[in-house]
Design a protein around this ligand. Structure first.
Ligand code: TXA
Ligand code: MG
Length: 374
């Protein structure tokens, strides 16, 4: 595998020169991993079906799980969708480029290999300068799922991509750690009257709702509930609720999971910890918690842990989650204990990923096994 390490650039031309070989490989059909502002992506030329198939094979990804097409301008989106509505245009103006993906009806140029057989397509314009320049230079839409093996935590550093793929891909562009740490918000706008968040992210429900409140008038008054999507139902109900599975195929699979057994703790943290330690005597336990929780649990310096900062700033937890899960696995954890956060702002995205990755939810008065199809 060729690695291109980008440590800085003097000018746009300088960055273009450094990315030139990667862009050429991408255009010609090889797989190229690159950083975006969310997580690293594993890119393929979306116009070459063999290249798209190679992404599914390398990741071990089920073929019914469609990919996001990455482009560098809004005009490029119009070329790959058959639906460019006023609502889509307004949302694109507000949130693109950025950690934001729109689902629209697909154009004819999009092969069913990319869309997993659906009539819609996911499109995103990353705002990471490396990603955007690479895509512009490649000159084609780039199908790019997160650059992890299917089921594993998404990569937020180049070394995570290397750990999952080794020499299995042609090129890795190393641009350092990613800014947000969780994948983009996915918003389905294929029905203009009922936009729905299929995957929460750093462009939050609150931001989208506020924007729509000011800039769009809906026929129905229930649009906010619909917009909220899966985040609108309680965690416990989600385990049995199949309503949201159909609309975004990717969300039905167990995801983002470390090798260690992952417990989420919520409520009275000391009681929750006791329950886990009783169930797992002698286990090597690692904690992913806020500063406040570390104090509540009196975690000593000898305890293996990653403290992400204040629980009132979920952006920090989101930024560190995947790297912590990977680091703990590498350090031989048997058990990982991660703190639940309130489900507002980026806390919704953090909890969404944690619930999909975890084995057990431990609340003060209740223990829930989170059984999902793999
Ligand atoms: O931040 C991100 O979005 C990253 C970076 C690399 O851009 N990419 C990413 O891709 O997370 P991936 O493939 O790991 O996740 C794409 C999600 C999946 O849950 C998939 O099911 C959903 O988007 N998706 C893609 N096309 C869809 C469609 N037409 N309808 C509904 N959901 C779709
Ligand atoms: Mg993924």
């Amino acid at each position: 595998m060729k690695t291109i390490k980008i440590e800085g650039w003097q000018s746009v031309e300088d960055l273009e020169m450094q990315l030139g070989p990667a862009a050429q490989m991408l255009r010609e059909g090889s797989l190229v991993a690159f950083p975006t502002e969310t997580v690293y992506g594993l890119g393929a030329n979306a116009l070459i079906p063999e290249a798209v198939l190679a992404v599914y094979q390398s990741k071990g990804r089920p073929s019914d799980n469609p990919m996001i097409l990455h482009v560098s301008t809004v005009d490029d989106i119009r070329d790959i969708t058959s639906q460019w509505t006023e609502l889509a245009a307004k949302l694109a103006e507000a949130f693109m480029p950025g950690p934001f993906t729109l689902i629209l009806k697909k154009g004819e140029a999009v092969s069913s290999a990319v869309s997993g057989g659906l009539e819609t397509v996911a499109v995103r314009i990353p705002n990471h300068p490396i990603a955007r320049t690479l895509i512009r230079l490649a000159g084609v839409p780039v199908a790019a799922p997160s650059a992890n093996r299917s089921g594993r935590p998404s990569p937020t550093r180049a070394e995570h991509v290397r750990a999952d793929f080794g020499n299995g891909i042609a090129c890795l562009v190393d641009g350092g750690a990613t800014r947000f740490g969780l994948e983009s918000t996915v918003l389905d706008v294929s029905d203009e009257d009922a936009p729905q968040i299929l995957r929460p992210g750093s462009i939050t429900y609150e931001m989208i709702a506020e924007f729509l409140e000011k800039n769009w008038s809906f026929e129905s008054s229930t649009w906010r509930e619909t917009l909220k999507g899966e985040a609108g139902i309680a965690e416990q109900d989600k385990i049995t609720d199949q309503r949201f599975v159909a609309r975004s195929p990717g969300m039905k699979y167990r995801h983002y999971a470390p090798d260690a057994k992952l417990y989420i703790i919520e409520g009275d943290l000391k009681t929750a910890r006791e329950k886990i330690l009783t169930e797992q005597p002698g286990a090597k336990v690692f904690f992913f918690v806020s500063q406040e929780a570390a104090e509540e649990l009196s975690l000593s310096s000898a305890v293996e842990k990653k403290i992400f900062g204040s629980r009132h700033n979920p952006d920090l937890a989101a930024h560190d989650l995947y790297a912590a899960l990977r680091d703990f696995d590498a350090a031989g954890a048997d058990v990982i204990v991660a703190e639940a956060l309130p489900q507002s702002q980026v806390g919704s995205a953090y909890m969404n990923r944690l619930m999909k990755a975890a084995d057990v939810l431990v609340q003060s008065n209740q223990v829930t096994e989170l059984k999902r199809s793999d």
